[in-house]
Design a protein around this ligand. Structure first.
Ligand SMILES: *[C@@H]1O[C@H](CO)[C@@H](O)[C@H](O)[C@H]1NC(C)=O
Ligand SMILES: *[C@@H]1O[C@H](CO)[C@@H](O)[C@H](O)[C@H]1NC(C)=O
Ligand SMILES: *[C@@H]1O[C@H](CO)[C@@H](O)[C@H](O)[C@H]1NC(C)=O
Ligand SMILES: *[C@@H]1O[C@H](CO)[C@@H](O)[C@H](O)[C@H]1NC(C)=O
Ligand SMILES: *[C@@H]1O[C@H](CO)[C@@H](O)[C@H](O)[C@H]1NC(C)=O
Ligand SMILES: *[C@@H]1O[C@H](CO)[C@@H](O)[C@H](O)[C@H]1NC(C)=O
Length: 688
């Protein structure tokens, strides 16, 4: 293979050891002796759950779980067959009670785990999420330590969870609200632990968690605001947030729920209580809060002329909302001057006919601005853009990106370029024109460009409500999909195709110049789309140089950029190599945070290869279900990434070669991946 040859020079030595490793097992050492159970739930209980729950002490109850005791005599468990009928253990005389071969019945699954008050002193293991039919988990009144594993939110069937009165610490994993989506969750009780932080919201806005009836977070150390989202949980009957450190007002909408029990006592709530109805809840449901909390059954709020703390909170909140509104910059520039512009065409731009271009010109008043419209942006008008309200998404070295809502309710993404960009109007328009031609499935299209009289420049793109690859890889949020190798490979291939198109698919090649996971959006089908490409050409040279210099801490910059400042396609390839390592290793490159050390991903790999611990560099999530890292394309991808990061620019492969290499070394098991997407056949653009 050509690609392999090109960079084999650089990596052949370091990868010598790697090639010996053709098969391996991703599971840890403890599972090696346990292949004799066909019911994987039985095996999981013995190998992972039991040792973890019991901690360092022997436990009488858990000692009943062993391979010499019939399943029916294992304490605290209920079992279900795959046909949904429960294993009946009720009669001591029934044959099941003594049947030892049930251990080996592959159609048998764990249904419930009830071990309240049995002196458990270990940890809740993450493998608890692997029981596919587990419905209830009661481990209350024990001495379990550690955090609640975020995998708990990825279980399939859990409806009742009670982990009350243990020693759990840390935050509630945001993934817990995933359990709402399966519409199974009925009861979640975490009372009497030492959980901290604010309660994070469900990933889906307006989640109604439609079967949740009992929610008990009482007697922990939660802080932050009242978790407003619970007021949308329409089925809720009992809510206990008492004895925590919540600070805020209590939303009036709480009164809209049909609550039968409520406890908000002993926090720092303030403001006016919602009116729940005549003496529905007593004084003790609200006592021990901020003295400013008022309204029946507490003291009446009166007509104090001084602001209650609730009102102050209200003002602060509304101030914050205002500051979120984009306006300041844009509206400062444009308001008072909105007159519908006349449409005028400009010759220098209309020589191209594969683009539909028009120019709206706003006339008079000194606020003259122009909107150039490109293919797909035909529905935009100057007025729309100027009246859009938005919020800051991100500030980059090129300027500020906003998410902006148009009057008709649709959303666009705006990039306001920083002031010292594009001083030479003609060369600037030429670059804009090139960018406007780019239509590719893996690149976010530019729909319009606005140039104001004072020189303000706005690039208008499609807004896609998607997560960045950076967030997917590094932020554990509710609803985050599992990133197995097939999915990561698809994302990497999409990015590579987008870059290859920029480098070789256009009349005038374009350098991305800012390849990083924060500039990759990923949709539900794991199609990657690049943003922020080609903007370096819009900066005046001294600014572009300054930006490269500023980005010293940035792990994506090719070494030659220290001497030579302009990016080119080879520096894109380097950045892609780092990005691919980031995908494989799961670590952020560069310096993250002020005092943290520089994360040099290529060095990590080189060190691991020398120590013959190469398999350990891969992100564990990536290894799930991988049998042979060689045949599944994992090791080839690591080699490819290292080739892209070669210190000498000339030995790096081109993006086209990278695409070919990734296409030739696909993961074998793609069943989880290609069902919905591959049939989508580029509905977005004709270029896919
Ligand atoms: C379900 O399967 C179990 C064992 O395979 C069997 O004993 C039981 O009769 C089945 N129940 C139903 C309702 O089919
Ligand atoms: C014991 O369980 C196995 C597996 O479920 C079943 O095939 C077998 O018939 C059972 N034996 C008795 C005596 O019930
Ligand atoms: C509970 O475990 C502790 C050690 O963690 C032990 O000292 C104690 O005797 C156990 N109590 C019971 C009732 O088993
Ligand atoms: C959530 O609800 C609010 C009002 O209750 C509504 O304006 C908003 O559009 C909803 N969002 C979604 C994503 O449904
Ligand atoms: C509310 O919670 C506090 C602290 O957990 C407790 O002392 C009190 O009895 C509870 N009150 C009600 C009405 O449940
Ligand atoms: C309660 O909140 C107020 C601000 O609203 C703060 O000044 C006060 O210190 C807090 N009290 C406690 C006990 O945390």
């Amino acid at each position: 293979m050509a690609v392999m040859r090109i960079f084999s020079l650089y990596i052949s030595i370091t990868f010598f050891f790697l090639c010996k490793t053709s098969t391996f097992s991703s599971s840890s050492s403890s599972s090696s002796s346990s292949s004799s159970y066909s019911s994987s739930d039985v095996e999981l209980l013995l190998v992972k759950i039991k040792p973890s729950l019991k901690g360092n002490t022997e436990n009488l109850v858990l000692s009943s779980w062993n391979s010499f005791t019939p399943l029916c005599q294992w304490k605290g468990l209920k079992w279900v067959f795959s046909n949904a009928s429960l294993l009946s253990c009720s009669h001591l005389s029934s044959p099941q009670w003594t049947n030892l071969s049930l251990h080996k019945d592959p159609s048998l699954y764990l249904f419930s785990l009830h071990l309240p008050s049995v002196n458990l002193s270990g940890y809740l293991p993450r493998e608890i999420a692997e029981f596919s039919m587990l419905q209830s988990l009661y481990l209350d009144i024990n001495s379990l330590k550690g955090t609640i594993p975020y995998e708990l939110g990825y279980t399939y069937s859990l409806s009742d969870i009670d982990l009350s009165y243990n020693f759990f610490i840390g935050v509630i994993p945001p993934s817990i609200w995933n359990l709402c989506e399966s519409e199974k969750l009925v009861s979640l009780k975490l009372h009497g632990n030492s959980l901290t932080g604010s309660v994070s919201e469900p990933a889906l806005p307006n989640s109604s968690c439609s079967n949740l009836q009992f929610l008990d977070f009482g007697s922990n150390k939660f802080s932050g605001d009242f978790p407003d989202f619970v007021t949308k949980f329409g089925a809720l009957k009992e809510l206990d947030l008492g004895d925590n450190m919540f600070v805020s007002t209590i939303p009036q909408s709480l009164a809209g729920l049909r609550l039968e029990k409520l406890n908000l006592s002993h926090n720092n709530f303030s403001g006016v209580l919602p009116y729940f109805g005549e003496s529905k809840f007593g004084f003790d449901a609200f006592e021990g809060n901020n003295p400013g909390l008022c309204g029946p059954p507490l003291k009446s709020c009166g007509n104090n002329s001084s602001l209650s703390s609730g009102a102050v909170a209200g003002i602060v909140i509304s101030l914050m909302t205002v500051s979120v509104v984009l306006a300041s910059l844009l509206i400062g520039y444009f308001q008072n001057k909105r007159r519908k512009g006349s449409v005028e065409s400009e010759d220098e731009l209309n020589d191209d006919d594969d683009l539909e271009e028009e120019i709206d010109e706003e006339s008079g008043g000194g606020g003259e601005g122009k909107l150039m419209i490109f293919s797909g942006g035909e529905n935009l008008t100057l007025e729309d853009v100027l009246n859009a309200s938005g919020q800051v998404m991100e500030k980059t070295c090129y300027g500020t990106a906003y998410k902006a809502k148009l009057v008709d309710g649709s959303t666009i993404a705006l990039r306001l370029l920083r002031e010292d960009s594009c001083k030479d109007k003609n060369s600037c328009l030429l670059v804009i024109k090139q960018l406007a031609k780019i239509r590719h499935e893996n690149l976010i299209p530019l729909r319009a460009f606005y140039q104001g009289k004072r020189g303000e420049k706005l690039l208008i793109y499609d807004y896609l409500p998607l997560r960045t690859l950076h967030d997917l890889l590094h932020e554990i949020k509710a609803g985050r999909p599992e990133l197995n190798w097939a999915r990561r490979h698809k994302i990497a291939l999409g990015i590579a195709r987008g870059l290859a198109y920029l480098h070789t698919g256009l009349d005038v090649p374009i350098t991305h110049a800012n390849v990083r996971t924060k500039n990759v959006l990923v949709d539900d089908f794991f199609v990657a789309r690049l943003t922020d490409f080609g903007l370096d050409k819009l900066m005046i040279p001294s600014v572009a140089d300054e930006m490269v210099a500023l980005a010293k801490t940035d792990g994506y910059k090719a070494p030659e950029l220290k001497e030579m400042k302009r990016c080119n396609s080879r520096t894109d390839v380097y950045a892609f190599g780092i990005l691919l390592l980031e995908i494989l290793i799961g670590k952020k490159p560069g310096r993250n945070g002020r005092n943290s050390e520089f994360m040099d991903l290529p060095s990590i790999v080189k060190t691991a290869v020398l120590k013959e611990t190469t398999m350990e560099v891969f992100d564990v999530e990536l290894l799930k279900g991988i049998r042979s890292p060689m045949e599944d394309g994992l090791v080839p991808a690591l080699k490819l990434a290292m080739g892209c990061c070669a210190p000498m620019a000339s030995v790096r492969p081109s993006m086209e070669e990278v695409v070919r290499h990734l296409e030739e070394n696909r993961p074998r098991n793609r069943s989880a991946l290609y069902s919905p997407t591959e049939t989508r056949s580029g509905s977005i653009t004709p270029f896919s």
